[in-house]
Ligand binder design. Sequence first.
Ligand code: ADP
Ligand code: GN1
Ligand code: MG
Length: 357
Amino acid sequence: MENSAVAAQLSQQFGLDGEQSVMNPIGNGHINTTMLLKDGEQAVVVQKLNTDVFPKPEHLVENARAIEQHLAEKANNGEYTLNIIKHLPTVENDYLVNLEGGVWRALEFIGGSYSEDVVDSVDKAQTAANAFGLFAKALDDFEAKQLHHVIPDFHNLAKRIEAFEQVLAEDPHGRASECAQVIAFCQSQFSLADELHNTCKEIPLRPCHNDTKINNMLFCSKTNQSKAVIDMDTCMPGYWLFDFGDMVRTFCSPEAEDSLNLDNVIVRENIFCAIVKGYVEPLAEILTEQEKQSFLLGAKVMPFMIGLRFLTDYLDGDNYFATHRAQHNLQRARNQFKLYQDVLAKEESLKNILARY
Ligand code: ADP
Ligand code: GN1
Ligand code: MG
């Protein structure tokens, strides 16, 4: 089906004006196909869900809608001030539309906003981290057990290592030999999984976002303040160290996660400091001391784990993450391992920053 025919069908199913509908890609997400659908004066975000990653899209929508409703109640009491991404119902009062084997949903478009792939200032890092902190706080009394485990073991490093070892043993595309060095480095770090396992026994399980990368939050175009936390697809019970660590992973480097300029893939300590300030402030009354100390481990685990996932996907033939060039996943893996090494190199200094707040 042509793009224009899909646009017309979606427009009809979601009850838009039914004038000329136009659909264009927005954002740089790696998983779903995200489009802005315009029809007359109306604009909505439509997403073709990646059903390899999310085999049960109805669970995804149930989770996201439960969170939406919880945040809406908080907003009514003045306890949550960011915009809430709402799912839009179809004319049949459903939330998913099947089109030629693809599954689509529609979300309210947050106009006057933008997302970024790299943070260019300390202020913005603090603003974004604060938004994720406000989000975490608003979910603190949310019954996370009601969430479906849309991707089981999503941040289980031991399981990610198993998956990597399995693909490496099979080497289905004969790619292992060209990245022997990066594989060896990766394998030399596997004890991180035990450290993570032991730490997680000591800290509370919380409702987590689980994908707090910088482009999963919208800034206001006029004020550069935070407008909304988006992409709730992986909200599941987890540990705040994951959300903290993913911010470090995606805010601290001055380079995008697929940059080839590895010399410049470093942890900017002033940005790290801004993340701590922004995130800890709304959580100050809830966060335990041990949990806060675990954030440093999060800063190591997240770049390492995503590097491992990119490398696994590379060896597996690029089935999971959207790629836009040959070796894209390998380049991302190298980049993330470089960042991880810089976290290790600056560990003492980062620990001191954490202790200050
Ligand atoms: P993915 O799961 O593939 O990462 P996202 O839900 O994160 O998809 O969306 C990808 C991008 O689309 C975001 O980074 C953002 O730029 C844009 N986007 C998504 N939802 C909205 C929305 N409701 N309003 C405005 N922009 C959005
Ligand atoms: C994916 O969907 P997106 O692009 O926000 C991935 C995250 C990774 C990230 C790496 C469901 O996030 O776990 O950290 O890419 N999402 C899923 O950039 O796997
Ligand atoms: Mg996203």
